[in-house]
Design a binder for this molecule. Structure first.
Ligand SMILES: [Zn+2]
Length: 103
């Protein structure tokens, strides 16, 4: 049975602490967020919270554990599941009505 990416608590802790050290990827300086296997997204501020960090690393439910660090490249803003902070796409939302483009 597939149970998501196989990560150890140590690997998850490394991911969480890398995110805390580097909220923005380099090169590019794009904002990262943490994603669980459910693809719940968490902003940097929430991952700074000790209880949330603990859940992301040690939750008994694999779907609630951190699965990757990601960048929201394009599309409508997504929200942090914890605080509802909006995470804007790097390239914006091409389908938004007020997004003016030259074509
Ligand atoms: Zn948040």
């Amino acid at each position: 049975m597939y149970d998501g990416p196989i990560t150890t608590p140590r690997q998850r802790a490394q991911m969480v602490f890398r995110f805390l050290r580097e909220p923005y990827i380099w090169p590019g300086g794009y904002q990262q967020h943490a994603a669980t296997e459910n693809y719940d997204t968490f902003c940097h501020q929430c991952v700074s919270d000790k209880a949330i960090r603990h859940q992301l690393i040690h939750s008994p439910f694999s779907k609630d554990r951190i699965a990757c660090l990601d960048v929201h490249w394009e599309g409508p803003a997504i929200q942090c599941v914890q605080c509802n902070a909006e995470i804007e796409a790097v390239y914006g939302d091409p389908w938004a009505e007020n997004d003016r483009r030259c074509w």
